[in-house]
Design a protein around this ligand. Structure first.
Ligand SMILES: NC(=O)c1ccc[n+]([C@@H]2O[C@H](COP(=O)([O-])OP(=O)(O)OC[C@H]3O[C@@H](n4cnc5c(N)ncnc54)[C@H](OP(=O)(O)O)[C@@H]3O)[C@@H](O)[C@H]2O)c1
Length: 330
């Protein structure tokens, strides 16, 4: 009988945390032994939305308890909390899958600019875009799971850039549902502001743009928009292919890159839609090439809470522990 991995979820009451709880509860190789959130006056809480899926208590965040009761911890916490808790857990032998942005950027100047509230000291972390880091995961102690926007962009672009097919800058026009901003409403994410509207935000000022540039090593113009959906994101990516590249070349490179990737679905000229990936761990990628101008448009979409967060983190655990990559995720 294969052993069960005791895991903790720190931030279990948030959007990403609840999705993780739901997925982990039906994962055959893990057991959620500890689920935590902020403490305060509430003390011990339950998650009524997960009744009969997971009926345990949500307790106040405690590093000591996580160390005592778990082997691996998923942190779905605000950046500043993850920055403190992550290194403390790693130092005490717990493997950490972090979903915040805290450990993703490697350049200190970039970190100071985009994560000014977190300490300057950074633990070395594996950037956990599963399809492109499988070999590094088994030995990794701290896995910085990518952001939701970067996951969609990088899965589409990395193989093409690695193969030298693209020239010049990259333009990403991205649209995300509101759960991407977490459960606490702000003036921008309040229902009455979003409903019936679409708005650009974070122009030249979104930390995910820096994350995508880090991973691609190329200038990226990234414009996110909020759309009135609860979940899911879609990116339309504008690039220029080398003169000698045609649609078949693009298809071959992407097919080779993802031949063994259970969660990347290549849709070719049938462009993907958010409805096709919502509540799944799939990232769908479609493309169209204009041979007369060399322009290439890629459309990529995923569920920000699954492949963009909880699902990818569990996919990383599967690979890190030598399980089938799709365990508990299909
Ligand atoms: N939403 C997405 O689509 C998405 C995608 C990828 C990555 N992420 C990242 O994942 C993390 C969580 O995102 P989210 O959208 O799930 O946020 P969220 O809905 O706001 O949830 C935050 C969680 O952290 C807990 N928390 C807050 N402050 C705490 C403290 N001082 N001590 C202990 N627990 C604390 C909250 O508990 P309480 O209930 O007690 O407040 C809650 O469980 C963020 O870093 C975010 O950037 C989010």
């Amino acid at each position: 009988m294969p052993r069960t991995i005791p895991i903790g979820i720190a931030g279990a009451t948030g959007y990403a945390g609840q999705e993780l709880m739901r997925l982990a509860a039906r994962h055959p190789a893990v057991q959620v032994t500890t689920a935590m959130a902020s403490g305060g006056a509430d003390g011990v809480r339950t998650l009524p939305v997960l009744a009969r899926v997971w009926d345990g208590d949500i307790t106040p965040l405690s590093v000591d308890r996580l160390v005592a009761e778990t082997e691996a911890v998923f942190m779905t916490l605000p950046d500043s909390v993850a920055a403190e808790v992550g290194p403390a857990l790693v130092a005490r032998g717990v493997r950490v899958f972090d979903l915040s942005g805290t450990f993703r950027l490697r350049d200190p100047a970039q970190r100071r600019r985009w994560y000014p509230a977190t300490p300057g000291f950074v633990e070395p972390a594996v950037y956990g875009l599963t399809e492109h880091c499988r070999a590094a995961l088994p030995a990794a102690r701290l896995i910085a799971c990518p952001g939701c926007y970067p996951t969609a962009a990088l899965l589409a672009l990395r193989p093409l850039i690695d193969a030298g097919l693209l020239e010049g800058d990259v333009i990403i026009d991205a649209k995300s549902g509101i759960s991407g901003a977490g459960k606490k409403p702000s003036e921008r994410t309040h229902f009455s502001e979003c409903h019936g509207s679409v708005a650009a935000y974070g122009v030249f000022a979104h930390r995910h743009g820096a994350e995508i540039e880090q991973e691609l090593q190329r200038t990226v113009t990234f414009t996110p928009h909020l759309v009135p959906l609860d979940r899911g994101l879609l990116e339309t990516i504008y690039v220029r292919a080398r003169r000698d590249v045609n649609e078949a070349t693009v298809t071959t490179v992407l097919e080779q890159a993802y031949a063994d990737a259970p969660f990347v679905r290549l849709t070719g000229g049938t462009l993907p839609e958010i409805k096709h990936v919502a509540h799944t761990n799939f990232c769908d990628i479609g493309w169209k090439h204009d041979p007369s101008s060399g322009r290439l448009i890629l459309v990529t979409c995923l569920d920000n809470l699954v492949k963009g967060a909880a699902g990818q983190a569990l996919q990383n655990l599967n690979v890190a522990y030598g399980l089938d990559e799709a365990t508990g995720l299909l």
